[in-house]
Design a protein around this ligand. Sequence first.
Ligand code: CAA
Length: 292
Amino acid sequence: MIDIKKVGIIGAGQMGSGIAQVCAQAGYTVIVFDQSAQAVADSFERINKGITRSVEKDIITADAGEKARTLLVPAASASDLADCDLVIEAATENEDIKKAIFKAVSEHLKPEAILASNTSSISITRLATASDRPGKFIGLHFMNPVPVMKLVEIIRGIATDAETYEAAVRFAESLGKITANSQDYPAFIVNRVLIPMINEAIYTLYEGVGTVEAIDTAMKLGANHPMGPLELGDFIGLDTVLAIMNVLYDGLSDSKYRPCPLLVKYVEAGWLGRKTGRGFYDYRGDKPVPTR
Ligand code: CAA
């Protein structure tokens, strides 16, 4: 079975940065690649801040933090991933983009390398067909914020071999995470349950049942959720929430998964949540203010 020492990350956004951080904190050498060099530079800044935070929170020692910083390497091209034992794709939640990445990267990898996708909803079986190694292809779905959340969902495609699955479980556990297995159906477990709840909260707002504040307060204090559903939607990114609703709607052909028109409107406006400064809350001032 492959001994994972070097990990490649493709996509240096919020999730890719978080995954790179936890891998480096666990002692892996991490190669970070993104088609935008600026995204890689921004990612390293985010990861450095994250490592400082992990030290402050006593998640890791100061020495482990310093060591982690030395293990992170920016990549200039996909060929820099050539000697990675595991490559985790964490690009945007778009099937065509992900497939194009797997097609392009496959030729650079050594034959025994494992390819994983951090997709939060798209079929692992389908994504695997774009690679040259469906047997060594698996879903490793991290939760946001990666350095804080304990879970990694593990999703086997129809062709994923037993060795790859076992290596993936051991790898996730070596990061200090707990795994849950999901069958390869649209949005897996967490997002099959969580994202329709957020969509329903948006319907609750759309239909005037409650205000943004009332809905979030109700769910925080009435159901003990750490964040209200609208706040959480902004945190995840409303474009991602919409993309996952569409995967559920298309993949399960059930009208109960239709995206709320108000969610569509926010995404069309470019009000995607925290990352764009505005979603169901406006984050541009000192404290978040509801946008309706
Ligand atoms: N390294 C990097 N970032 C860190 C970190 C670390 N060691 N520790 C915390 N963070 C980040 C968080 O992302 C957040 O960012 P900013 O404040 O910089 O904007 C911030 O630091 C919050 O950290 P706090 O120290 O204030 O942590 P907290 O104790 O207040 O808890 C929380 C925050 C863990 C996010 C909590 O509110 C929570 O559990 N919320 C729900 C999160 C959730 O449900 N996540 C799952 C989303 S669904 C998903 O991920 C699946 C998907 O595919 C869409």
